[in-house]
Design a protein around this ligand. Structure first.
Ligand code: F6P
Length: 375
């Protein structure tokens, strides 16, 4: 058991639906274990500015329904500096916060690891447990991050609506969705909404390849039974061509493929979903995920753990890297934070087996759509 008596909780980086459910669970479980729970506003910046607010069961009771984060969030670049982290440790210690739950993505978990690193901290460091939250699903060693499910549902709902109007007018739609380094949202929403083409950075396509594959998808639709038809193309933000440029270049290629007269009848529209994808009420799954990760995070702190991230059902092939399975939730693992960040780096660089599976699955589907190959 640990000596942790007061825990702090903060949300950092891009917000994600379900963060509030995690805040609620951390508070409720912490209080039930006899711990004091302090909310820290504005992520790591809130430590430096001493924006602390004690959390009660009443304050968090109905939080699970709300999107965003009641604690607010920020991207605190100063936290990259050791001197700034030293100041943060000093403030936390003075406030009596000896355990910290950090809910966030890659950068936030890197901050968490540095904060509790004994070599850097010297005599005293808080115990720190991370919870993965990023709609991009770009954190290593966890099957899911908080916010992903809600974001996929938002995209699918938008694509369903777009498909109605697209088919009414036989138009092509390029729908851009969030995902700076990861095409996970585009890939999964593409499957769930029956997109004709998904453009994702992990495929490794050049700009020219993207234009070609898009042209092929549109021509295929035009040459199909209806001789017209709408084409739904979902593009991840991280694909290195803007929707406007893609639209222009597609038009040029369609003139070459279909001739000027027919190409003039093909209309392409763009919808950039942007931050719409990150907002909204969390899905039931994100409420559960936030709650279950929050529960395990507090119990890990109470058991004396530090420098871990609570992972959710990572692929079995990774089980040797996952560390301890939680005794409180058989779907959760206490993954080492450093191992998590190493795997995250591989995910972003495209070297992770997970990314290779994702890309292979989607490339396979596209080939089937193109009738070039069967699975
Ligand atoms: O949280 C991840 C993410 O939504 C990325 O997909 C996106 O590129 C980025 O955050 C946008 O961040 P910001 O809201 O700070 O512009």
């Amino acid at each position: 058991m640990s000596n942790v008596k007061t825990i702090g909780i903060l949300t950092s980086g891009g917000d994600a639906p379900g963060m509030n459910a995690a805040i609620r669970a951390v508070t409720m479980v912490g209080l039930s274990l006899g711990l004091k729970v302090i909310g820290i506003e504005q992520g790591y910046r809130g430590i430096l500015e001493e924006r602390f607010v004690e959390l009660s069961a009443e304050r968090v009771a109905t939080l699970f329904r709300e999107g965003g984060t009641i604690l607010h969030s920020s991207r605190c670049l100063e936290f990259h500096e050791v001197a700034v982290r030293d100041r943060a440790r000093k403030i936390l210690r003075a406030k009596g916060i000896d355990g910290l739950v950090v809910i966030g993505g890659n950068g936030s978990l890197a901050g968490a690891l540095a904060l509790c690193n004994p070599e850097e901290a010297g005599a005293w460091a808080p115990a720190v447990i991370g919870i993965p939250a990023s709609i991009d699903n770009d954190i290593g060693l966890t099957g899911m991050c908080i916010g992903v499910d809600t974001a996929i549902n938002t995209i699918v709902e938008a694509c369903d609506k777009i498909s109605d109007t697209a088919s009414a007018h036989d138009r092509n739609f390029i729908v851009e969705v969030m995902g700076r380094d990861s095409g996970y949202l585009a890939m999964t929403a593409g499957v769930a909404s029956g997109a004709d083409l998904v453009l994702f950075p992990e495929s490794g396509r050049t700009k020219d390849d993207v234009v070609e594959v898009t042209t092929a998808a549109v021509v295929r639709k035009r040459r199909g039974e209806s001789m017209a038809g709408s084409t739904l193309i979902i593009k991840a933000e991280g694909v290195g061509i803007s929707p406007d440029e893609l639209k222009k270049r597609l038009h040029v290629r369609l003139i070459e493929e279909l001739g000027e007269k027919e190409a003039a009848t093909v209309e392409t529209r763009i919808t950039v979903l942007g931050h719409v994808v990150r907002g909204g009420r969390p899905s039931a799954f994100d409420r559960l995920l936030g709650s279950r990760l929050g529960n395990v995070a507090v119990r890990a702190l109470a058991a004396g753990e530090t420098s871990k991230m609570i992972a959710w059902m990572a692929p079995v092939q990774m089980s040797e890297k996952l560390g301890i399975r939680s005794a409180f939730d058989h779907c959760c693992w206490l993954a080492d934070l450093q191992a998590t960040l190493d795997e995250t780096e591989k995910l972003v660089q495209g070297d992770s087996i997970v990314v290779q599976w994702r890309a292979a699955m989607l490339n396979g589907l596209e080939e089937v759509h193109g009738k070039e190959k069967t699975l």
